[in-house]
Design a protein around this ligand. Structure first.
Ligand code: SF4
Length: 400
């Protein structure tokens, strides 16, 4: 293991190294003309998150060629290219774009009478208390924005180094939300529980705060993650300063894939079963319709929902029983460089070395997706297929 990446030996004895250098194709048309015309796009391929200081976050270390300048002309070029191709939906996969840059981009789109529905990510930034910015974004077709919330505890937010002035941001959250909602832009907050030294009280504070916002604002949504220790994060580099008393090596294989490592911190880890339960309760409280005995945990459902980009098309989470499918039978192929193995529990994990996504499934689902040409004729697999397409596990060769 070196400072930023994990490596592991596979069954053939080859050493695989977690990829730190991501290259994106300029345009991703994988999904266009299939279910909906939309693309995932990095509007600013040379930029990572403009904050890049959260202690738990290692995502920005994946981008080695960082530029401090935001090239709006280049982003606009990409958008106008989409328009020429009649693609009106896009999902910007940039980590976090500053409000002022989004504003300039939206102005450009509006001056050119663009007709888009789109989604992006930014931060909870006091700069959002500016209705002009939000109005311009709404006119440009922004339908949802993701703003990293993480915790309602001031102490934990400070440990996370989430903001320059944590109190100021917390005081302004509802003002920011109300501006977005006034202009019909949905806001999604990802949250993290289980940060080192987080107490039960602080965790409940976070979850209760999210529930309160959800109750008050129909256009608000959230998801709850349990902290994973990314070895390219500052938290990992300084783990002893965060009351972490143990780092577990070697890691299970699927942890290598995510560049994460198991750890032990006495306050949080004495409460691990409670963390899982807390996440489940929080997610179920949002999905009141979700079957309580579903085999898929609600946070996994959320991930499928997100990777299928359903937010671009709906103003609320769809009722799964009412989803209508347009396609009957089609043939998909697996990408050739996937790696699969059987777990001790008999499930299968399939790992995509190009983007470090992996999915775990039962033997029957694994067998279904293990043929060379896979005929999909049972649309109950629809959410899974969309997730697999989105994460480049499979591609469609033929639709019938
Ligand atoms: S968690 Fe989000 S805001 Fe924080 S550094 Fe990472 S990408 Fe940036």
């Amino acid at each position: 293991m070196c400072s930023e990446i994990l490596s592991y030996k596979d069954y053939n004895g080859s050493v695989n190294v977690t990829n730190t250098k991501i290259t994106y194709p300029k345009y991703d048309f994988n999904m266009s003309n299939i279910f909906h015309k939309y693309v995932n796009i990095r509007l600013f391929p040379k930029n990572h998150c403009y904050w890049n200081q959260c202690t738990f976050c290692g995502i920005n270390n994946k981008y080695l060629d960082y530029s401090a300048t935001w090239n709006i002309e280049d982003a606009w070029c990409q958008i106008s290219y989409l328009e020429n191709k009649n693609i009106n939906y896009f999902w910007s996969i940039d980590e976090a774009i500053p409000p002022s840059i989004l504003y300039q981009l939206a102005q450009k789109m509006n001056n050119n009478n663009c007709n888009f529905i789109w989604h992006t990510r930014s931060r909870l930034d006091p700069e959002w208390i500016n209705e002009d910015i939000i109005k311009e974004l709404a006119i440009s077709g922004l339908t949802q924005i993701r703003l990293g919330f993480e915790s309602a505890s001031i102490r934990i937010l400070k440990l996370m180094n989430k903001h320059e002035n944590v109190e100021e941001v917390m005081d302004n959250i509802e003002a920011i939300l109300e501006l977005f909602f006034k202009h019909q832009i949905r806001v999604h907050f990802p949250a993290i529980i289980g940060f080192p030294t987080e107490t039960i009280y602080e965790r409940e504070q976070t979850i209760n705060y999210l529930k309160k916002l959800k109750k008050k604002y129909p256009l608000f949504s959230y998801n709850v993650n349990i902290l994973e220790l990314d070895i390219s994060s500052r938290l990992y580099k300084n783990w002893d300063k965060y009351n972490i008393t143990q780092i577990n090596l070697p890691c299970p294989l699927n942890d290598f894939m995510g560049n994460i490592i198991r750890w032990y911190e006495p306050i949080v880890h004495s409460a691990i079963p409670n963390l899982e339960q807390a996440r489940r309760d929080a997610m179920l409280s949002q999905y009141t319709w979700y079957p309580k005995n579903a085999l898929t945990e609600p946070h996994i459902f959320y991930r499928l929902y997100e990777s299928g980009r359903y937010m671009l098309y709906s103003t609320k989470i769809p009722d799964a029983a009412k989803v209508e499918y347009n396609y009957k039978n089609f043939i998909v192929k697996k990408f050739p460089d996937l790696v699969s193995w059987k777990t001790q529990l008999g499930n299968y994990i399939t790992y995509n070395p190009r983007n470090h996504h992996f999915y775990e499934c039962s033997e029957s689902v694994y067998n279904l997706f293990n043929d060379e040409n896979i005929l999909i004729d049972d649309m109950s697999y629809f959410p899974l297929i969309k997730g697999l397409l989105q994460n480049k596990f499979i591609y469609i060769c033929e639709g019938r």
